[in-house]
Design a binder for this molecule. Structure first.
Ligand code: 13P
Length: 262
């Protein structure tokens, strides 16, 4: 990457709009939403769009989204291929129903279900081994931010999450910065806060995997993204896309986010 033009990397990183439905929508609503997105989206040339659906709908959503550029993701997975892990789903199973990506370490998994930092490294490894694109979610709580520990927490989550990943595989990895205090609260990170965190993450990736990997990596922002703040967030240097929760549940809310610059 040429050093004279720091924005060149950004231009080549395709904007990525991801919808995380969490534990929402009934089956008909989920399928209607995919039909609407499929009908509305073009060929996906200028932006990438993906939906992270509840596991029980994945096979049906895959059938409906077939033939469209919409990516289909799971919200979590286990690192083993199979075994006595009641309630868990493996990468092998996800692949089998047409899933091509997965969220790893979403803050709700970490904080509500006490998933451990070190599990994320194994999950990322398993996703890469099974040809599933992982998005590693990182972000600090409000207490950690107030204590001046945000960067330390993010660095620890990056270190443990990417422990078993190699530089050559990093083109298949996405990072999502989701400050816990901004998720579902209506309080969005300011452009300065988002820019600072994304810059820190890219620097960390550069130190660990090299400048070229860092330059190619897409880093999404998540936390109360809405139609009326997406443009401002997407304008921040280092913000390459958004991971949307609440505003991804109705077509009227998500479509203007997907089409933020149109
Ligand atoms: P909200 O958009 O509802 O704040 O959720 C963000 C999120 O957690 C996406 O993964």
């Amino acid at each position: 990457m040429s050093q004279e033009d720091p924005s060149a990397g950004r231009r080549k990183r395709k904007p990525y709009i991801a919808a995380n439905w969490k534990m929402n929508l009934d089956r008909n609503q989920a399928l209607d939403m995919i039909k609407t997105l499929k009908a509305r989206l073009g060929d996906g040339d200028d932006r990438e769009v993906a939906v992270f659906a509840p596991a029980v709908y994945l096979a049906d959503v895959a059938a409906v989204s077939q033939g469209s550029p919409i990516g289909l993701g799971a919200q979590n997975m286990h690192w083993e291929e199979n075994g006595a892990f009641t309630g868990e789903i493996s990468a092998l199973m996800l692949r089998g129903v047409g899933v091509d990506r997965v969220l790893i370490g979403h803050s709700e998994r970490r904080h509500l279900f006490f998933e451990k930092d070190e599990w994320m490294g194994r999950k990322i490894r398993a996703a890469l081994d099974h040809d599933i694109l992982p998005t590693l979610c990182v972000g600090e709580t409000i207490e950690e931010r107030k204590a001046g520990k945000a960067q330390e927490v993010i660095a620890r989550q990056l270190k443990t999450g990417l422990e078993w990943a190699q530089a050559i595989e990093m083109s298949r990895v996405t990072i999502a910065y989701e400050p816990v205090w901004a998720i579902g609260t209506g309080e969005t990170a300011t452009p300065d806060q988002a820019g600072e965190a994304h810059g820190m993450i890219r620097d960390w990736i550069s130190d660990r995997f090299g400048a070229e990997v860092a330059d190619d990596l897409r880093i999404l922002y998540g936390g109360s993204v809405k139609a009326d703040n997406v443009k401002e967030l997407m304008a921040v240097e280092g913000v390459d896309g958004v991971l949307v929760g609440g505003a991804s549940l109705q077509p009227d809310a998500i479509l203007p986010i997907i089409e933020f610059d149109k």
